[in-house]
Write a protein that binds this ligand. Structure first.
Ligand code: BG6
Length: 305
């Protein structure tokens, strides 16, 4: 065990409920084992990689082909995209989805029950070289019977700034080609697979080819219906104007080095976001908080409790 892991445990461990352990690639992760849920979050990227509420199967997809290295993002779980989403508009060589998913965050606290983890990160010379603003991010995750993820951004600089953000959750599904996503009927979206053309959703979303859509002005709760795993996942959010739905399908999955060839079938990303025209503007000292919650239920019920 490295000294830093021992140090972190001496300060934060909640015996029997949450401790820091060495994860893949030697990267530290917090392991949560409470009566309500099992969970894991890496300090690298503040990346949630596991959430298994009591009595349910694993809810998040995580690729066994994922890399675990400084400067690389973990494939699966919940990457945090910030301060831009996708490619950086004025610099296509900048890292995809920003830089906080590939940097090590600081552990701030673990709550008494072991369920609540708070991590933070802030601007430094490396981030300023990519994005010339000062900021602090705090990420609060509660691994309970529901998964709560709350990202708070503070503009710590002396000028106004504008940023994009996404909680890029990968849900584990029985067969992506058989799931459906409700709650987006009638919502307009930008189709990233069709030159960003704006289209309108009719009925539930189903996956029949590469799907990469930014739904605009989404306010309603979303439900992922999975007839193979016989479960529903309800996703609610606050202060997030967009929902991104992504599945790479066959060809793109094949071209990705950190995703198995057939793994597109086992995942569907439903991302709570503020991107593009609804990027967030903050004056100096201002804060913005975006929240996403997931809950799991049985398909025999009408909806998730
Ligand atoms: C999605 C984007 O959010 O993330 C897709 O809409 C992108 O365009 C996908 O391909 C994965 O991105 P990355 O950088 O993790 O490979």
């Amino acid at each position: 065990m490295s000294t830093s892991i021992a140090d972190l445990n001496s300060r934060f461990q909640i015996r029997g409920a949450a401790k820091v352990v060495e994860g893949n690639g030697g990267l530290p992760k917090i392991q949560i084992t409470t009566p309500n849920a099992l969970g894991e979050i890496y300090l690298h990227g503040a990346h949630v990689t596991s959430w298994k509420p009591a009595g349910e199967e694993q809810v998040l997809f995580l690729s066994p082909h994922s890399l675990y290295e400084e400067g690389k993002a973990i494939r699966g779980g919940v990457p945090i995209c910030f301060p831009w989403f996708g490619a950086k508009a004025d610099d296509p060589k900048a890292p995809s989805h920003g830089f906080v998913r590939t940097k090590s965050w600081q552990l701030e606290s673990i709550g008494q029950s072991g369920e609540e983890i708070i991590l933070s990160t802030a601007s430094d010379d490396n981030t300023r070289a990519l994005w010339p603003h000062d900021f602090r991010l705090e990420y609060r995750v509660v691994f309970g019977t529901e998964l709560l993820m709350e990202l708070t951004m503070t503009n710590t600089g002396s000028s106004a700034l504008r940023f994009e953000e996404a909680l890029h959750a990968y849900y584990s599904v029985g067969d992506a080609a058989k799931v459906s996503v409700s709650g987006l009927d009638g919502v307009r979206y930008l189709d990233k697979t069709d030159s960003m053309h704006e289209k309108s959703q009719t009925g539930d979303v189903t996956i029949t080819s590469e799907t990469d859509r930014v739904y605009l002005h989404t306010a309603h709760a979303i439900e992922l219906y999975d007839p193979v795993l016989r479960r529903r996942i309800a996703i609610e959010k606050e202060d997030s104007r967009n929902t991104v739905v992504w599945n790479p399908w066959i060809e793109k999955a094949r071209a990705m080095g950190d995703l198995g060839e057939d793994e597109w079938k086992s995942m569907l990303c439903i991302e709570s976001a503020n991107v593009g025209d609804t990027a967030v503007e903050l004056a100096p000292g201002e804060q913005h908080m975006m929240t996403a919650r997931a809950r799991v239920g049985d398909i025999s019920r009408d909806s998730v409790k």
